[in-house]
Design a binder for this molecule. Structure first.
Ligand code: SF4
Length: 225
């Protein structure tokens, strides 16, 4: 949470609307950016994004702290954001209650904005043609482990819920590939491929440890893009 909404943070008040790719204009005050976001959302009602002033103001607050990585000079009482590719927990079968609540999380929850930024940075998901090409490679890759069970059998409950929230957001944004039903979890990097194929390459590479990069298949798109 921001210490102040009147003191200008590094880089000013920025905001990316992931659903549309729209960026708030530069040089505005906090209040002005909130009102611009609301106006933009009202002009794009098909995405059913929040337009209540207090909700949007909080989203800009959360977005700013996520962008500043909760710098204690600017933010208080917010958990640090980090890209956590959760490690599989193969032996545990977990409860699955409440998963559907992840739908439309980008628009409706503060945690959703942080989570989205962890996966997609301050940019948008890649173009469909790119995701489709990646999905085609992953679908045939021996590292795509199609024998394993569902997400909740492979990951901790918290991690699985995060993954399902990402899936829900992608579904809300109508981001699908023709190979979705063949995309499981990559054994080399332990990532859910249905989401990974949409992530910007620079974000993937930034968070992929060297030893995991070396485990990727020789034909992997991450190696060749
Ligand atoms: S190694 Fe690369 S191509 Fe193969 S499943 Fe993993 S991400 Fe996809």
């Amino acid at each position: 949470m921001l210490k102040s909404r009147t003191m200008w943070p590094p880089g000013g008040w920025q905001f990316l609307e992931p659903a549309t790719g729209w960026n708030a204009p530069e040089g505005l005050t906090y209040d002005q950016v909130v009102r611009r976001i609301i106006a933009h959302r009202r002009a794009n009602r098909q995405y059913r994004l929040a337009t209540d002033y207090d909700v949007v103001a909080q989203q800009l607050d959360d977005y700013t702290c996520a962008r500043l990585k909760n710098d204690p000079s600017w933010c208080v009482d917010s958990p640090p954001t980090s890209f956590t590719v959760p490690l599989p927990r193969r032996s545990r079968r977990a409860e699955v209650g409440g998963v559907a609540g992840g739908a439309r999380f980008v628009a409706s929850t503060s945690a959703g904005i942080k989570l989205w930024m962890d996966w997609f940075g301050e940019g948008k998901p890649v173009e469909k043609s790119i995701a489709e090409r990646r999905a085609t490679i992953c679908a045939e890759c021996p590292e795509n482990d199609r024998r394993r069970g569902n997400i909740f059998e492979m990951f901790t409950v918290a991690a699985a819920k995060e993954i399902m929230a990402i899936f829900s957001a992608l579904n809300d944004l109508n981001l699908h590939t023709s190979k979705d039903n063949m995309l499981k979890v990559c054994q080399a990097c332990d990532c859910p491929l249905k989401a990974k194929v949409w992530a910007p390459l620079q974000i993937i590479k930034k968070h992929l440890p060297e030893e995991r990069f070396e485990r990727l298949h020789s034909a992997c798109w991450i190696r060749h893009e």
